[in-house]
Ligand binder design. Structure first.
Ligand code: GAL
Length: 311
């Protein structure tokens, strides 16, 4: 039993196995948190002609918890395919899964970055299920709006139940916010271009006191770089890119991590968790998690590094 968060340390599930949920996100539903992430539990392999660390796709894992410290493995809810023509082919890329619930349809939508091993496909894929633990049925992939690229991504559902995909587009130079259709299975054609030419990726979005905050990383593959926070009064922007929210030693490299999700903790006032990945390029399956508390100086986000902490 865990009673605290231990950023960067090996994190075991309730069966005693290492948690495989990288680039992940969390959905809260009916008293349970569901953590979806990349299952990278395979050995590194090489991409022909490329110096890019990768592992074959296993699929998207799901874990469940009621206390956020102890996680039960719910299995691979969207498995890889052995068909080379499938977006989910083991030899391709399936990253940064985020699951949202559609109150109107009662369906769970699992969005993820789907790509080819050379990252040229650059699309957002979506799968659907009747239950948070699946089974998920893959619906297909998009280049949203007029066919713009979609690589690193997150999804955000606003208080009015409208959902958005934030995605690194234009070869990662510009962060798009693309509004989804009412079913959250596609897009309605409305979008904004943000941080033009800034090469921001690994987006995560939250809302507090009517303002929106987005944390992103710079674009350096598996290697850590400096995070920046952006703010907006409206979810589609204009977004103002501000400075680094990290405030402790190691802040200039996000303490070795890269953002993936911001979790609002239920039934706790003003409590948010910054979730990041500690990528281990030389052995990706040993990549770790770094969950840190978010603090506020009035409306300025601050992310301190702490070795051990509790809610
Ligand atoms: C990062 C990205 C990761 C992964 C990696 C591959 O920039 O945030 O999700 O795609 O590149 O090198």
């Amino acid at each position: 039993m865990y009673t605290a968060f231990h950023p960067k340390e090996v994190w075991l599930d309730t069966d005693g196995n290492v948690i495989q949920a990288h680039g992940g996100g969390i959905l809260y539903k009916d008293g349970v948190y569901y953590w979806y992430g990349e299952n990278k539990g395979a050995d590194n392999c090489t991409v022909e002609g490329k110096n890019l660390a990768r592992v074959d796709v296993i699929g998207i894992s799901c874990y469940s918890s009621t206390d956020l410290y102890n996680w039960k493995n719910e299995g691979v809810v969207l498995p890889a395919s052995d068909d080379p023509d499938s977006d989910l082919y083991t030899g391709k890329v399936l990253e940064r899964p985020k699951c949202i619930y559609n109150k109107r349809t009662g369906k769970y939508l699992l969005w993820a970055h789907v790509d080819t091993a050379d990252y040229k496909f650059a699309r957002a894929g979506v799968a659907i299920a009747d239950s948070p633990t699946g089974p998920f049925t893959y619906l297909g992939s998009f280049r949203p709006n007029a066919g713009e690229m979609s690589r690193d991504m997150t999804v955000f559902v606003d208080d009015d139940d409208v959902a958005y995909l934030f995605h690194s587009s234009e070869d990662n130079a510009t962060m798009y916010c693309s509004r989804m259709n009412a079913d959250y299975t596609g897009f309605d054609g409305t979008y904004t271009r943000n941080f033009e030419g800034e090469y921001r990726e690994a987006p995560c979005v939250m809302k507090r006191n009517g303002r929106y905050y987005m944390v992103t990383s710079y674009c350096t593959g598996w290697a850590p770089n400096v995070a920046r926070v952006a703010v907006a009064d409206s979810v589609m922007g204009p977004w103002t890119l501000l400075g680094n929210p990290c405030v402790s030693e190691g802040a200039e490299l996000t303490y070795g991590g890269q953002s993936t999700h911001i979790l609002k903790v239920e039934d706790m006032e003003d409590t948010y968790i910054f979730m990041a990945d500690i990528w281990k390029a030389e052995n990706l399956q040993d990549s770790r998690y770094m969950w840190l508390p978010i603090e506020w100086d009035e409306d300025q986000m601050q992310i301190p590094f702490v070795e051990e902490w509790r809610l």
